[in-house]
Write a protein that binds this ligand. Structure first.
Ligand SMILES: NC(=O)c1ccc[n+]([C@@H]2O[C@H](COP(=O)([O-])OP(=O)(O)OC[C@H]3O[C@@H](n4cnc5c(N)ncnc54)[C@H](OP(=O)(O)O)[C@@H]3O)[C@@H](O)[C@H]2O)c1
Length: 336
């Protein structure tokens, strides 16, 4: 079977295909014939050598993949041959408080990922995918989908009628828009592109802000909420967005800190005076993935896919993410 391998820091040019013997499932393991994988911004950071905790050990890239179970090891009870499954981002985190060991079990990070024709998983590291989704659609869920779900429902659950601010139209933000609308919330969405904002409005978002044309988007968000601010910010930005996200947040509101930020640049006073909560987290455990899948099935939510690339063109898929021209998710088809 074929698989991609890359050494962190080598860049997109370092992606190479190698052949390996088909793996055999041991006790408790499941062998999956992979059908599709999707990219996250994190995967670019890994290739660029910018992802924390990664050394120069070669790794099979990508965390998010789906496929069909083709063999099971002794004692496996959660899955059977023929099941449609996705791997969970942190393979050992089924629920409860995250541990250092869980962080080390990230697919395509601490352990080999899913950009391969066949992958072995622990049966505890898989979930069934929603029936109405194709393998390519479901391959977008493990990181971006679960992260957006955790932001909106993981700690302090969104309530119908509340207002959510989303930043940009990348993978996490698009899921946050879809989940917030399904939950009956009002969404204020930002993007650097008017064309992308028009597509967001087509999805049912009434209020949009072009953050390039309106650099004071924090103040503009307050204006759109009659001065009150939003209940939740899905903060995927970087240095420079957190201060404006705090400005946009209502008293007692919550900023879900998802993007990697430098706290040194942040004035803590507005957090203190507004009683805002700034909450950081990593993706989410398997139990959240399963809860999210129930909601996706109930509301027949279909992930927004920008483009699908063939297996042999993985480098082009990475370059597409790097260009930031995408709207939603970028997917690689591994097999039909
Ligand atoms: N904590 C976690 O567990 C976790 C999980 C997933 C992702 N993340 C992090 O979350 C961030 C987003 O990840 P992703 O995979 O969704 O990325 P992505 O799909 O590559 O999103 C890129 C988009 O973000 C928007 N953007 C870029 N800079 C922005 C800015 N300054 N202000 C507002 N929007 C901006 C742009 O949208 P427009 O083109 O519309 O302007 C861009 O197209 C990354 O930093 C990633 O590492 C963290």
């Amino acid at each position: 079977m074929r698989r991609y391998v890359v050494t962190p820091g080598e860049g997109i040019g370092g992606l190479r295909i190698e052949t390996a013997a088909p793996p055999q499932p041991a006790r408790g393991q499941v062998l999956v014939a992979m059908k599709a994988a999707s990219l996250n911004y994190r995967d670019l950071m890994i290739l660029g050598g910018q992802y924390p905790g990664m050394d120069a050990t070669p790794v099979v890239p990508l965390s998010d993949g789906t496929g069909e179970v083709i063999a099971i090891g002794e004692g496996v009870s959660r899955f059977a041959v023929g099941d449609r499954v996705a791997g969970i981002f942190l393979q050992s985190w089924a629920g409860g408080t995250i541990t250092d060991a869980d962080i080390g079990s990230a697919l395509g990070g601490g352990i080999d990922g899913v950009l391969a024709e066949q992958c072995l998983f622990s049966e505890q590291g898989l979930v069934a995918i929603p029936d109405h989704l194709t393998y390519e659609q479901a391959a977008t869920l493990p990181c971006a989908g679960v992260t957006a779900w955790n932001a909106l429902f993981g700690a302090r659950s969104l309530i119908a009628g509340q207002t959510v601010l989303t930043l940009g139209t990348g993978g996490v933000s698009m899921f946050a828009i879809q989940f917030a609308l399904a939950a009956g919330a009002r969404v204020i969405a930002t993007s650097s592109s008017d064309a992308k904002l028009a597509r967001v409005r087509d999805m049912g978002v009434a209020d949009t802000i072009n953050y390039s044309a309106t650099p004071e988007w924090g103040a503009e968000t307050r204006r759109l909420t009659g001065g009150r601010g939003v209940d939740t910010v899905v903060e995927v930005g970087g240095p420079g967005t957190l201060a404006k996200s705090i400005e946009a947040t209502a008293r007692d509101g919550i900023v879900q800190l998802i993007g990697v930020l430098s706290f040194a640049q942040i004035d803590p006073l507005p957090i203190l005076t507004s009683g805002i909560t700034v909450r950081g987290f990593m993706v989410g455990p398997r139990e959240m993935f399963e809860a999210m899948n129930r909601a996706i099935s109930q509301h027949k939510i279909v992930p927004v896919i920008d483009r699908v690339f063939p297996f042999e063109d993985a480098a082009a898929a990475y370059a597409h993410i790097q260009s930031a021209g995408h709207f939603g998710k970028v997917v690689i088809r591994i097999a039909d």
